[in-house]
Design a protein around this ligand. Sequence first.
Ligand code: GLN
Length: 301
Amino acid sequence: MNYASELRRVYEACLPFVGEGKVADYIPELAGVDPSYFGLCLHEIGGATHSVGHANVPLSIQSISKVLTLAMVLPQNLDSFERVSVEPSGDPFNSLVQLEYESGIPRNPFINAGALVVTDMLIAREAQPKEAILEFVRALSGDSSIGFNLEVAESELATAHRNRALAHLMRGFGNLQADVERVLDVYCHHCALEMTLEQLVHAFAFLCRGGRSWGREVMPLRAVKRINALMLTCGFYDEAGEFAYRVGLPGKSGVGGGIITVLPGHFVLGAWSPGLNPKGNSKLGMRALEMFTDNTGLSLF
Ligand code: GLN
């Protein structure tokens, strides 16, 4: 497969749609992002990386970071991962409704409530959780320059009313141990990680390589299998079915407009376009990924 030419073909076919969708503005600092960014980047299991468009411009990874924090806590808790369920929610990422009637147990680790519990688990384990996250992500991507965008983190912290509500509700149910503001601070920082598509596809390579990154084991295969399964069933919230139907790959989106997908044993493929659809997933990103798997036949199915 000539990945470079397949990527270029998709990129060119998508150019007329650049700017479609609506940039997230509920986090004030994200509202000013240029909607005309568009990039694709594919990292092959063999080691080569192919880029087209804005694959080297840093983006706010937002909810894509939830996979990375999960990867930090899941391996040690594989047999006792009970504070978060593993079912698709069918609800928006910031919804409060299920949490009340399911007694403070979030449906999965990729909706905000679930990611807040994962962050709480990280806080219980790490003396300096933000530094530990940076260290983990830098090691995975092989790039020590990766950092948080502090303006984005502060901007979200100042307006995180729904996330605060989710956290308080869970604290009330006894499913959050650390102080709510502490959990929000760490959560908003990991969402404010700034990475390029190239850094992202390298960071996610362990999910394609059976848990190995740069020749070192990050986690066992049985943890990789579960994270990829969660990305397929829950990575796109109330659009997870649509994404599996159209693209057919495990993946994770963020409201910064990034999407990372994995075909285990083959490649990691990322797309970035800041314009979102009403479900909070990149509109052009989904279009491009759908086109890629349609054209190449390379999906899970
Ligand atoms: N930080 C964002 C939030 O909590 C992440 C949401 C997303 O990317 N879907 O609302």
